[in-house]
Design a binder for this molecule. Sequence first.
Ligand code: PEP
Ligand code: MN
Length: 375
Amino acid sequence: MSTKKLDLDLIPPSEWLPFDKKPILIAGPCSAESEDQMLKTARGIKQHFDKFIFRAGIWKPRTRPGMFEGIGVIGLDWMKRVKEETGAMLATEVANPMHIEKALKAGIDVLWIGARTTANPFSVTELANALKGVDVPVLVKNPAYPDLQLWIGALERINRAGIKKMATIHRGFHSYEVTMYRNQPQWELALELKTMCPELPMICDPSHICGNTHLTAYVAQKAMDLHYDGLIIETHNDPLRALSDARQQITPDRLFEIISNLIIRSDVVEENKSKLQELREKINLVDEDLLQTLASRMLLSQEIGEWKRDNNVIVFQVSRWEEILKKVLDLGETMGLNRDFVKALYVQIHDESIRAQVEVMNLAKKKEQSVSSPA
Ligand code: PEP
Ligand code: MN
């Protein structure tokens, strides 16, 4: 890891945010959809949290045309209502100078730059120029692809425009690999940035990292364990009906459950932490990696199952199994792993893989039967 310093001229968040303990909490829907949705969501969050920043996307950078591209300026009026009722600070995404102008006019307290915009230095420069002389906090999301320099460049451009109230949001990186995440966290990149500029607050976005809701709590806890300062979590009063990112939004009640279960560890080095404790924490991290690797392997296995189903190929092939086993036994041995142990482990993994592939086949058969059976 490079230890080069990143010099940003920053005002500490304690001077511009109302939070007296971790995490800084940003919550609200992916997109503003209706006044009713905004107020119901905000009231739901307010029931559990006295202090939070209410997020909502007014202009949505969607990958393909025809998807919901945001409600536009009318959503800013709904945000104002949220502030009047709940006292929450407001945050929205800006991607061009017109967005900045409209958002500031509407009294939005915090602006954020989205992952697709951070990736484009022309756009970031335009935003920086529009922000000159304006005193508003700006959060910069990491660029959509894993380029630390591009991320740093955007932070520098905004900071050099005179914006000193800044934080960054780690929302993961696009990848074509099939994994359990929508966007790969690549924690090491965020940690490198944190090392280069420890005074820059780091906020984690488990919603866009996960792309689903079953990993949100795990990623939020991981961010706390890595001493992030805050969380931005997409929250919707009726997530399944959301017009964007429906699969990753959670209800205000679930948000409360996740936040109240977080373990916030002190970032002071505990002097009397025993060697055993330290080793156990390391083992826990390795276990997480192991499970993630297993989950990624299972996803691939299911994809293979789909291919076999579509090409009418049997699930179990002796030669392939023998090939895998030989390879892992030899490789494991070079890594100092006992052959019997590796064999027993792989028998289990292979069994589970076959079970998952058979399930994929059976599901297809059931569908065929229900289509071909007479009504
Ligand atoms: C969002 O926060 O809804 C969003 C569009 O995020 P990102 O820029 O990280 O994709
Ligand atoms: Mn979203």
